[in-house]
Design a protein around this ligand. Structure first.
Ligand code: GDP
Length: 183
């Protein structure tokens, strides 16, 4: 198995229906499912090798945890890196990601008792469903860039068209200290 220093816990958070499961499905194996299945909390594991070294990412799709603040907080405390997803046609989901970001910052700050550590928490934000026609967009690129300018990476993605997801995952892994080959 992989060495402990090659293992990370990734937590995926965001409002319902933004495409968390579709994004993870792309990451874990290719495929896009048009049909909506409400997800409960779900664990996945990706194990891969690069240049003879084995790496492991344990992924929590924390879909159901919005209704359970204590559970969500525990996921945040035990997570090493965070994928936050909103949908460009859903303004409420953008606001949810903004509040999740501050929740992650304060939880990690309380844990480390040092604000300096907080900006180094690996966070990537996905503005998903970019394929939707622009008249359906409820959050502008400028606004999102502004909201996430301070220290977290921001990617405009489409799970449907498999756009920008490899880049987003590679950025997150790199921030978390793991290599991830793309292409
Ligand atoms: P979750 O609740 O956040 O896990 O969302 P799902 O992954 O289950 O997706 C919710 C719905 O949005 C499903 O009907 C998906 O087919 C659809 N969906 C997910 N990603 C995209 C995308 O990038 N573009 C479009 N147009 N639809 C998407």
């Amino acid at each position: 198995g992989p060495k402990p220093q090659n293992c990370r816990r990734m937590v995926v958070l965001g409002a319902p229906r933004v495409g968390k499961t579709a994004i993870l499905r792309r990451f874990l194996r290719d495929g896009f499912d048009e049909q909506y299945e409400p997800t409960r909390e779900d664990f996945h594991r990706k194990v891969y090798s690069i240049r003879g070294e084995t790496y492991q990412i344990d992924i929590l799709d924390a879909a159901g945890e919005r209704d359970f603040p204590a559970k969500r907080r525990l996921s945040i405390l035990t997570g090493d890196m965070f994928l936050l997803v909103f949908s460009v046609d859903d303004r409420g989901s953008f606001e949810e990601v903004c509040s999740l970001r501050s929740e992650i910052s304060s939880a990690k700050a309380a844990l480390s008792r040092s604000k300096a550590h907080v900006s180094s928490v690996p966070v990537v934000v996905c503005a998903n469903k970019l394929d939707l026609p622009s008249e359906q967009h409820a959050v502008s690129r400028t606004e999102a860039l502004h909201a996430f300018a301070d220290g977290c990476a921001f990617y405009e993605t489409s799970a449907k068209e498999s756009k920008n997801l490899e880049e987003a995952f590679a950025a997150l892994a790199e921030r978390g200290g793991l290599p991830l080959e793309t292409g």
